[in-house]
Write a protein that binds this ligand. Structure first.
Ligand SMILES: [Zn+2]
Length: 459
C-alpha cells in the first residue's frame, strides 16, 4: 500500500480517511507543517481535494478583496494643478461603490483574472517539482500529485502574499498622505521594505512547497529492485550468487555487496567542507566517473545540503558580481545604502534564476526519461538532479562575464554585431539566448551520461 508507506515515511500520522473539513482547512491548520499539509491533500479523495481547492481559492480571493478594499479607503482627488485633496471612505462605502452600477461585472472579471493567475503559477510550480519527486508513475499522475501539494501551500501564500500587499498598501497610503503633509515618513522607506519583502516571500513559498513535496515522496528502500550486474545490467537473480556474471565476467559478489563496486561519492561518505568542493569538482569535470561511484538507493543519499551550499555560494557570487561590476562601470560611485539594495536584489535574482533553470531542465529530463522508460529506481533523477546543481556555475560564469563585458566595453564584438544586424537581430540577446541554449543542451547530455552510469546501481 503506497499511501500507508508514504505517510509513515513522512513521520506523520494521517487519518486513513480525513474528513472533508480536515482536507479543506489543512493548508491553514498546518500552516507551519508543510509535509503534513502536503500529505493530506496529496492523499485525499478527488472529491475532497476539489472541495479543498475551491475553498482555498475562495479564501485567497477574499484576502485579495480585503486588501484591495483597504487600499481604496484612501484616495486623492485633484483639485487643480498641484492641489490635492484626500478622500477617506469606510470599507463598506468602498464595497457599496463597487456594487453600484456595472461594478459587479468588474468584480467578477477581477476574481476570474486573479484566480487565473494563481492557478497558472501553481500549475507552473507543480511542473517544476517533477525532478525532485520520487515517482515512476505516468507523467500525468505524478503531475496531479505535485499540483495537489502546491495547492496545500495556499495557506502560506495567503500569509506571505497578504503581508507583502499590506506593506505595499501602507506605503501607497503614506505617499498619498505625503501629498498634503510632506513631513510624514519618507515614501522610499516603504519602497525599500517592499523590495526586501518580495524575494523573501518568494523564497518562503518555494521552500515551503519543496518541503511539502518531500512529505509525499515514496521511500525507495522498500521497493523491490531486481539485483543487476553493475557492469552490464544482467539480471543476477537468475544466476547463483558467487562466481562471475555470464555476460561481462564481473564478480557477482562485487555487484551485490554494499560499498564494493559503488562506494558512494565523497559527499555521501563524509559531509566535510573538503569533500564538498571535491565532490563539486569531480561531478563537474568527470561526471561519468563521479556517477559510477554515486549511490542512488536511498533518499538520504540525495545530498540536499550539497545543493543548498551551492545555492548560498551562488547568491554570494551574484552579490560579489554586482559589486565588482558596479565598481567597473560606475564613475560617480553609489551610496552605501543603495548598494545594499542592489546587492540584495542581485543575490536573490541570481538564486531564483539558477533555481528556475535547474528545475526547468530537470523537469524536461524527467519527461524524456519517463517517455523512454529509462529509470528503474525513482530516486535516480532526484539524486542526479541534486548533484547537478554544480553545473549552474557555468551559467553564472557565462552570463556574469558576458553582461560585465557588455557594460564595461560596449560593442566588443563588432564582427558579430555586423553579421547579426544583417538578419535584424539584436546581437546581445542572440548571444545570451544562444549561449544559455548551448549550455542547456550540453546539460541534458550530461544527465543522460549520468543515467548511463547509475542505471544498474544496486545501492
Ligand atoms: Zn555483467
Amino acid at each position: 500500500m503506497p499511501e500507508a508507506v508514504t505517510q509513515e515515511h513522512a513521520g506523520i500520522a494521517v487519518d486513513d480517511t480525513p474528513s472533508a473539513m480536515r482536507v479543506m482547512i489543512a493548508p491553514f491548520r498546518h500552516l507551519f507543517q508543510p509535509r503534513k499539509a502536503g500529505a493530506i491533500l496529496a492523499n485525499a479523495s478527488r472529491r475532497y481535494f476539489c472541495l479543498a481547492f475551491g475553498f482555498n481559492m475562495l479564501v485567497l480571493l477574499l484576502v485579495f478583496a480585503a486588501i484591495v478594499t483597504w487600499s481604496q479607503t484612501l484616495t486623492k482627488k485633484n483639485e487643480g494643478p498641484g492641489i490635492h485633496e484626500l478622500v477617506e471612505r469606510s470599507p463598506l462605502d468602498v464595497w457599496a461603490g463597487w456594487f453600484a452600477g456595472s461594478g459587479i461585472d468588474l468584480i467578477i472579471t477581477m476574481a476570474l483574472l486573479v484566480s487565473g493567475i494563481i492557478i497558472a503559477c501553481a500549475a507552473a510550480l507543480a511542473w517544476l517539482q517533477r525532478p525532485v519527486m520520487h515517482s515512476n508513475a505516468p507523467l500525468w499522475t505524478t503531475y496531479k500529485r505535485a499540483f495537489r501539494v502546491v495547492v496545500s501551500g495556499s495557506g502560506i501564500l495567503a500569509l506571505v502574499g497578504g503581508a507583502v500587499s499590506l506593506i505595499y498598501v501602507a506605503g501607497d497610503h503614506n505617499s498619498t498622505r505625503n501629498m498634503v503633509d510632506p513631513t510624514r515618513v519618507p515614501t522610499n522607506l516603504y519602497i525599500q521594505a517592499v523590495v526586501l519583502a518580495i524575494p523573501a516571500a518568494i523564497s518562503v513559498l518555494i521552500l515551503w512547497v519543496s518541503k511539502a513535496i518531500r512529505g509525499t515522496n515514496h521511500p525507495q528502500e522498500d521497493e523491490d529492485i531486481t539485483p543487476l550486474c553493475e557492469g552490464c545490467g544482467y539480471n543476477l537473480s537468475v544466476l547463483p550468487t558467487g562466481g562471475r556474471c555470464t555476460e561481462c565476467g564481473l564478480d557477482i559478489v562485487k555487484s551485490l555487496t554494499h560499498g564494493e563496486y559503488r562506494p558512494g561519492n565523497a559527499w555521501q561518505i563524509d559531509k566535510s567542507a573538503r569533500n564538498w568542493s571535491k565532490t563539486a569538482l569531480r561531478c563537474l569535470f568527470s561526471p561519468k566517473q563521479f556517477y559510477s561511484q554515486t549511490q542512488t538507493k536511498s533518499a538520504e543519499l540525495r545530498g540536499q545540503w550539497f545543493a543548498y551550499l551551492h545555492y548560498a555560494s551562488m547568491a554570494a557570487f551574484g552579490a560579489g558580481w554586482i559589486l565588482a561590476t558596479t565598481m567597473i562601470i560606475s564613475k560617480s560611485g553609489f551610496r552605501a545604502e543603495e548598494l545594499v539594495f542592489v546587492v540584495y536584489v542581485a543575490a536573490s535574482m541570481t538564486t531564483f534564476a539558477a533555481w528556475g533553470v535547474h528545475r526547468f531542465v530537470g523537469a524536461a529530463v524527467a519527461m524524456w526519461w519517463h517517455k523512454q522508460d529509462l529509470q528503474r529506481n525513482p530516486a535516480i533523477l532526484p539524486i542526479v538532479h541534486t548533484y547537478e546543481t554544480v553545473y549552474l556555475w557555468l551559467f553564472c560564469a557565462f552570463n556574469g562575464l558576458f553582461i560585465t563585458s557588455q557594460l564595461a566595453i560596449p560593442n566588443w564584438f563588432p564582427g558579430l554585431q555586423f553579421s547579426l544586424s544583417l538578419f535584424g537581430l539584436p546581437p546581445e540577446s542572440v548571444a545570451i539566448f544562444g549561449g544559455n541554449g548551448i549550455l542547456i543542451l550540453l546539460w541534458i547530455r550530461r544527465y543522460h551520461r549520468a543515467l548511463l552510469a547509475v542505471r544498474w546501481a544496486n545501492f
